[in-house]
Design a protein around this ligand. Sequence first.
Ligand code: ATP
Length: 237
Amino acid sequence: MSPPLLELTDLRVAYGRIEALRGVSLSLRVGERLALIGANGAGKTTLLKAVAGLLPVLDGRVQLQGADVTTQAAHRRLPQGMALVPEGRGIFADLTVHENLLMGAYCRDDDAIDSDLDSQYRRFPRLAERREQAAGTLSGGEQQMLAIGRALMGRPRLLLLDEPSMGLAPIMVERIFAVLREVCADGVTLLLVEQNARLAMQLCERTVVLEHGAVSLQGDSAELARDPRVMAAYLGQ
Ligand code: ATP
Protein backbone atom coordinates (compact mmCIF):
# COMPACT_ATOMS: atom_id res chain seq x y z
CA MET A 1 0.00 0.00 0.00
CA SER A 2 1.33 3.48 -0.81
CA PRO A 3 2.18 5.71 2.18
CA PRO A 4 -0.22 8.52 3.16
CA LEU A 5 0.28 11.78 1.28
CA LEU A 6 0.80 13.57 4.60
CA GLU A 7 1.64 12.02 7.92
CA LEU A 8 2.25 13.90 11.16
CA THR A 9 3.68 11.96 14.06
CA ASP A 10 3.71 13.35 17.61
CA LEU A 11 4.19 16.87 16.31
CA ARG A 12 5.18 19.43 18.91
CA VAL A 13 5.53 23.15 18.20
CA ALA A 14 6.07 25.94 20.72
CA TYR A 15 6.32 29.71 20.76
CA GLY A 16 8.87 30.16 23.54
CA ARG A 17 7.19 28.64 26.57
CA ILE A 18 3.75 28.44 24.94
CA GLU A 19 3.20 24.89 23.69
CA ALA A 20 0.88 25.34 20.71
CA LEU A 21 0.95 21.71 19.50
CA ARG A 22 1.40 19.03 22.13
CA GLY A 23 1.99 15.83 20.20
CA VAL A 24 -0.36 15.80 17.22
CA SER A 25 -0.54 12.75 14.96
CA LEU A 26 -2.71 12.56 11.87
CA SER A 27 -2.56 11.32 8.32
CA LEU A 28 -4.15 12.13 5.00
CA ARG A 29 -4.52 9.74 2.10
CA VAL A 30 -4.16 10.90 -1.51
CA GLY A 31 -7.37 12.62 -2.61
CA GLU A 32 -8.77 12.89 0.90
CA ARG A 33 -10.39 16.01 2.36
CA LEU A 34 -9.73 16.63 6.03
CA ALA A 35 -11.32 19.41 8.09
CA LEU A 36 -9.40 20.68 11.09
CA ILE A 37 -11.69 22.45 13.52
CA GLY A 38 -11.30 23.83 17.02
CA ALA A 39 -11.73 26.92 19.17
CA ASN A 40 -9.60 30.06 18.82
CA GLY A 41 -6.07 29.32 19.94
CA ALA A 42 -6.44 25.53 19.63
CA GLY A 43 -3.39 25.39 17.35
CA LYS A 44 -4.95 25.04 13.89
CA THR A 45 -2.92 27.75 12.15
CA THR A 46 0.20 26.56 13.93
CA LEU A 47 -0.36 23.08 12.53
CA LEU A 48 -0.74 24.33 8.95
CA LYS A 49 2.37 26.49 9.27
CA ALA A 50 4.39 23.62 10.69
CA VAL A 51 3.28 21.38 7.81
CA ALA A 52 4.24 24.09 5.32
CA GLY A 53 7.65 24.53 6.95
CA LEU A 54 7.01 28.06 8.18
CA LEU A 55 7.53 27.17 11.85
CA PRO A 56 10.25 25.02 13.38
CA VAL A 57 9.15 21.73 14.86
CA LEU A 58 10.25 21.04 18.44
CA ASP A 59 9.69 17.34 18.23
CA GLY A 60 7.93 14.79 16.05
CA ARG A 61 7.84 14.28 12.30
CA VAL A 62 6.23 15.59 9.11
CA GLN A 63 6.26 13.15 6.20
CA LEU A 64 5.16 13.85 2.67
CA GLN A 65 4.42 10.66 0.76
CA GLY A 66 6.80 8.75 3.02
CA ALA A 67 9.66 11.29 2.82
CA ASP A 68 10.68 13.07 6.01
CA VAL A 69 10.38 16.84 5.38
CA THR A 70 10.37 17.91 9.06
CA THR A 71 13.41 20.13 8.77
CA GLN A 72 13.05 21.04 5.09
CA ALA A 73 12.66 24.76 4.27
CA ALA A 74 9.22 25.96 3.15
CA HIS A 75 10.38 26.91 -0.37
CA ARG A 76 11.61 23.32 -0.92
CA ARG A 77 8.19 21.87 -0.03
CA LEU A 78 6.30 23.70 -2.79
CA PRO A 79 8.03 21.89 -5.66
CA GLN A 80 7.13 18.66 -3.87
CA GLY A 81 3.46 19.43 -4.22
CA MET A 82 2.44 21.42 -1.18
CA ALA A 83 0.76 24.83 -1.20
CA LEU A 84 -0.55 26.98 1.64
CA VAL A 85 -3.30 29.57 1.35
CA PRO A 86 -2.64 31.47 4.56
CA GLU A 87 -5.11 33.09 6.91
CA GLY A 88 -5.53 36.66 5.64
CA ARG A 89 -4.67 35.41 2.11
CA GLY A 90 -1.20 36.95 1.81
CA ILE A 91 -1.70 38.37 -1.67
CA PHE A 92 0.76 40.90 -3.10
CA ALA A 93 -1.40 44.03 -2.95
CA ASP A 94 0.70 46.16 -5.34
CA LEU A 95 1.00 43.48 -8.02
CA THR A 96 -1.75 42.86 -10.54
CA VAL A 97 -4.05 39.86 -10.39
CA HIS A 98 -2.11 38.33 -13.28
CA GLU A 99 1.25 38.87 -11.60
CA ASN A 100 -0.05 37.33 -8.38
CA LEU A 101 -1.16 34.23 -10.26
CA LEU A 102 2.22 34.00 -11.98
CA MET A 103 3.95 34.15 -8.59
CA GLY A 104 2.23 30.86 -7.78
CA ALA A 105 4.10 29.23 -10.63
CA TYR A 106 7.51 30.60 -9.68
CA CYS A 107 9.04 27.18 -9.15
CA ARG A 108 7.74 25.78 -12.44
CA ASP A 109 9.50 25.84 -15.78
CA ASP A 110 7.16 23.71 -17.86
CA ASP A 111 5.12 24.67 -20.93
CA ALA A 112 1.71 24.48 -19.26
CA ILE A 113 1.84 27.71 -17.25
CA ASP A 114 -0.20 29.71 -19.77
CA SER A 115 -2.87 27.05 -20.07
CA ASP A 116 -3.03 26.81 -16.25
CA LEU A 117 -3.51 30.59 -16.10
CA ASP A 118 -6.41 30.20 -18.51
CA SER A 119 -7.86 27.48 -16.30
CA GLN A 120 -7.74 29.76 -13.26
CA TYR A 121 -9.44 32.54 -15.22
CA ARG A 122 -12.15 30.09 -16.30
CA ARG A 123 -12.54 28.92 -12.72
CA PHE A 124 -12.65 32.50 -11.43
CA PRO A 125 -14.22 34.73 -14.11
CA ARG A 126 -14.06 37.71 -11.75
CA LEU A 127 -10.28 37.43 -11.75
CA ALA A 128 -10.27 37.35 -15.54
CA GLU A 129 -12.24 40.60 -15.62
CA ARG A 130 -9.76 42.17 -13.22
CA ARG A 131 -6.52 40.65 -14.44
CA GLU A 132 -4.67 43.97 -14.85
CA GLN A 133 -6.03 45.43 -11.62
CA ALA A 134 -3.81 45.79 -8.52
CA ALA A 135 -4.72 42.90 -6.23
CA GLY A 136 -5.07 45.24 -3.25
CA THR A 137 -8.11 46.85 -4.89
CA LEU A 138 -10.08 43.56 -5.01
CA SER A 139 -12.88 42.74 -2.59
CA GLY A 140 -12.16 40.27 0.22
CA GLY A 141 -13.86 37.45 -1.65
CA GLU A 142 -11.95 38.18 -4.84
CA GLN A 143 -8.70 38.25 -2.88
CA GLN A 144 -9.55 34.84 -1.44
CA MET A 145 -10.19 33.55 -4.97
CA LEU A 146 -6.85 35.00 -6.04
CA ALA A 147 -5.05 33.37 -3.12
CA ILE A 148 -6.56 29.99 -4.03
CA GLY A 149 -5.86 30.48 -7.75
CA ARG A 150 -2.26 31.43 -6.98
CA ALA A 151 -1.79 28.32 -4.83
CA LEU A 152 -3.26 26.16 -7.62
CA MET A 153 -0.76 27.63 -10.09
CA GLY A 154 1.87 25.61 -8.22
CA ARG A 155 -0.07 22.45 -9.18
CA PRO A 156 -0.20 21.22 -5.59
CA ARG A 157 -1.14 17.69 -4.66
CA LEU A 158 -1.78 18.90 -1.12
CA LEU A 159 -3.60 22.17 -0.52
CA LEU A 160 -3.40 23.67 2.97
CA LEU A 161 -6.15 26.21 3.43
CA ASP A 162 -6.51 28.47 6.46
CA GLU A 163 -9.93 30.00 7.14
CA PRO A 164 -11.09 30.66 3.56
CA SER A 165 -14.50 31.93 4.73
CA MET A 166 -13.14 34.50 7.15
CA GLY A 167 -14.78 37.91 6.80
CA LEU A 168 -16.68 37.02 3.61
CA ALA A 169 -20.36 37.46 2.77
CA PRO A 170 -22.34 34.18 2.69
CA ILE A 171 -22.74 34.28 -1.11
CA MET A 172 -18.98 34.59 -1.55
CA VAL A 173 -18.38 31.77 0.93
CA GLU A 174 -20.72 29.58 -1.13
CA ARG A 175 -18.78 30.35 -4.30
CA ILE A 176 -15.43 29.63 -2.66
CA PHE A 177 -16.65 26.31 -1.31
CA ALA A 178 -18.12 25.37 -4.69
CA VAL A 179 -14.69 25.94 -6.21
CA LEU A 180 -13.03 23.90 -3.49
CA ARG A 181 -15.39 21.05 -4.27
CA GLU A 182 -14.29 21.20 -7.94
CA VAL A 183 -10.62 21.40 -7.02
CA CYS A 184 -10.95 18.32 -4.81
CA ALA A 185 -12.87 16.50 -7.54
CA ASP A 186 -9.79 17.06 -9.72
CA GLY A 187 -7.83 14.97 -7.22
CA VAL A 188 -6.21 17.60 -4.99
CA THR A 189 -5.88 16.53 -1.34
CA LEU A 190 -7.18 19.13 1.10
CA LEU A 191 -6.33 20.02 4.67
CA LEU A 192 -8.86 22.69 5.59
CA VAL A 193 -8.85 24.86 8.71
CA GLU A 194 -12.18 26.57 9.07
CA GLN A 195 -14.15 28.36 11.80
CA ASN A 196 -17.36 27.48 9.97
CA ALA A 197 -17.32 23.89 11.15
CA ARG A 198 -20.62 23.02 9.47
CA LEU A 199 -19.37 24.00 6.00
CA ALA A 200 -16.00 22.39 6.54
CA MET A 201 -17.58 19.13 7.67
CA GLN A 202 -19.91 19.13 4.67
CA LEU A 203 -16.97 19.50 2.29
CA CYS A 204 -14.57 17.12 4.01
CA GLU A 205 -15.26 13.45 4.60
CA ARG A 206 -13.06 13.35 7.70
CA THR A 207 -12.72 15.79 10.61
CA VAL A 208 -10.11 16.30 13.31
CA VAL A 209 -10.94 18.39 16.38
CA LEU A 210 -8.04 20.18 18.04
CA GLU A 211 -8.27 21.32 21.64
CA HIS A 212 -5.41 23.05 23.43
CA GLY A 213 -2.87 21.79 20.93
CA ALA A 214 -3.96 18.15 20.94
CA VAL A 215 -6.39 16.02 18.94
CA SER A 216 -9.51 15.51 21.05
CA LEU A 217 -11.77 13.82 18.50
CA GLN A 218 -11.46 12.56 14.95
CA GLY A 219 -13.45 10.51 12.52
CA ASP A 220 -15.97 10.46 9.75
CA SER A 221 -17.46 13.98 9.40
CA ALA A 222 -21.07 12.78 9.09
CA GLU A 223 -20.71 10.78 12.31
CA LEU A 224 -18.92 13.54 14.19
CA ALA A 225 -21.60 16.01 13.13
CA ARG A 226 -24.05 13.92 15.19
CA ASP A 227 -21.74 13.79 18.21
CA PRO A 228 -23.30 15.91 20.99
CA ARG A 229 -19.87 17.26 22.01
CA VAL A 230 -19.21 18.52 18.47
CA MET A 231 -22.77 19.76 18.05
CA ALA A 232 -22.61 21.80 21.25
CA ALA A 233 -19.10 23.19 20.85
CA TYR A 234 -18.79 23.74 17.09
CA LEU A 235 -22.16 23.47 15.38
CA GLY A 236 -24.15 25.77 17.68
CA GLN A 237 -26.77 23.16 18.52
P1 ATP B 1 -7.45 30.99 15.57
O1 ATP B 1 -8.68 30.26 15.16
O2 ATP B 1 -7.69 32.08 16.56
O3 ATP B 1 -6.58 31.39 14.43
P2 ATP B 1 -5.75 28.67 16.03
O4 ATP B 1 -6.47 27.43 16.42
O5 ATP B 1 -5.34 28.82 14.62
O6 ATP B 1 -6.62 29.92 16.47
P3 ATP B 1 -3.03 29.24 16.67
O7 ATP B 1 -3.05 30.57 16.00
O8 ATP B 1 -2.30 28.13 16.03
O9 ATP B 1 -4.51 28.77 17.00
O10 ATP B 1 -2.46 29.47 18.14
C1 ATP B 1 -2.18 28.40 19.06
C2 ATP B 1 -1.57 28.95 20.33
O11 ATP B 1 -0.32 29.54 20.05
C3 ATP B 1 -2.42 30.05 20.99
O12 ATP B 1 -2.27 29.92 22.39
C4 ATP B 1 -1.77 31.32 20.50
O13 ATP B 1 -1.94 32.36 21.44
C5 ATP B 1 -0.30 30.91 20.42
N1 ATP B 1 0.41 31.65 19.38
C6 ATP B 1 0.11 31.67 18.06
N2 ATP B 1 0.99 32.43 17.38
C7 ATP B 1 1.87 32.89 18.29
C8 ATP B 1 3.03 33.73 18.21
N3 ATP B 1 3.46 34.23 17.05
N4 ATP B 1 3.69 33.99 19.37
C9 ATP B 1 3.28 33.46 20.55
N5 ATP B 1 2.20 32.67 20.68
C10 ATP B 1 1.50 32.39 19.59
